[in-house]
Design a binder for this molecule. Structure first.
Ligand code: CO8
Length: 259
């Protein structure tokens, strides 16, 4: 349990709760705690889905500018590996991960949300990669995951200008998947996560790995990843349960074990 990041697990769903005054600004310690939380929920078989939540007011306003202001190139060239490491750890969680976004998700904060599989935003949310206004560029995956999610031209618009995007525009460009009243953001994210808690965990893991890895390779290599994952699932209990349940009871009735 970190000073700024808590993991709360309830009934198969883990919440990674960000909490650092003010604005959940991500200093180096908090980045490390997010990586640690990601590893914890990855390793815990009882956790079947994950919500990342910054509280009712703000998701995260980015990396700590005050901490970075005086850093040299030499220091940052070493530190930047760790910067990418914490969003990598989150993106590598082999279970569905949902970011629940209220208020600002800026810079490193948006990069945390981009490392999730889905994003639920409140009506008052403001998202952006404002780094250019500081004379830098996104450094925790923003140039890569944002372009993969919304396409290169939209990513360039956001990264070149640093402008903030409101929830409705974020929804229109595919930056978020769902917009709800601010007060309902966490409940909505939990509801999405709960869909997966009794799911076939190994198949969900395989689906995530095949889609994410496939986006980074050519089609034939991606199809090979899919083929291997597909075949491997015939070694799971859930494949037997899922298909027998269909044959005996019809669709959608399977009681998966997650094994
Ligand atoms: N770093 C440090 N302090 C911050 C940050 C930040 N990113 N954001 C807000 N704060 C502080 C303010 O300095 C202020 O502190 P104080 O009360 O002591 O003066 C307090 O939070 C409240 O902020 P404001 O008074 O500015 O509140 P407003 O409601 O007027 O504005 C904003 C809120 C719009 C969020 C505004 O504060 C803002 O623009 N913040 C900066 C956003 C930003 O540029 N983020 C990107 C940071 S760079 C980055 O993330 C690089 C990523 C590279 C790798 C990252 C790994 C994490």
């Amino acid at each position: 349990m970190g000073e700024f990041v808590r993991v709360e697990i309830e009934d198969g769903v883990a919440t990674i709760r960000l909490g650092r005054p003010k604005m959940n600004v991500l200093n180096a310690q908090m980045q490390g705690e997010i990586a640690e939380a990601a590893r914890q929920v990855s390793a815990d078989d009882d956790v079947r889905a994950v919500v990342v939540y910054g509280g009712e007011k703000v998701f995260a306003a980015g990396a700590d500018i005050k901490e970075m202001a005086e850093l040299s190139y030499v220091t940052m060239s070493v530190r930047s590996e760790r910067l990418q490491g914490f969003t990598k750890a989150l993106a590598a969680v082999p279970k569905p991960v949902i970011a629940a976004i209220t208020g600002y998700a800026l810079g490193g904060g948006l990069e945390v949300a981009l490392a999730a599989d889905f994003r639920v935003a409140g009506e008052g949310a403001r998202l952006g990669q404002p780094e250019i206004q500081l004379g830098i560029i996104p450094g925790a995956g923003g140039t890569q995951r944002l372009a993969r999610l919304v396409g290169p031209a939209r990513a360039k618009d956001l990264v070149f200008t640093g402008r903030h995007v409101k929830a409705d525009e974020a929804l229109a460009i595919g930056l978020v998947d769902r917009v709800v009243p601010d007060a309902d953001v966490y409940a909505e994210a939990l509801k999405l996560a709960e869909r997966y808690k009794n799911g076939p965990a190994v198949a969900l893991r395989a689906a995530k790995q095949a889609i994410d890895s496939g986006l980074d390779v050519d089609l034939d290599t991606g199809l090979e990843i899919e083929r291997l994952q597909f075949s491997a699932l015939f070694a799971t209990e859930d494949q037997k349960i899922g298909m027998k349940s269909f044959v005996d009871e019809g669709p959608g009735k399977a009681r998966f074990t997650g094994r």
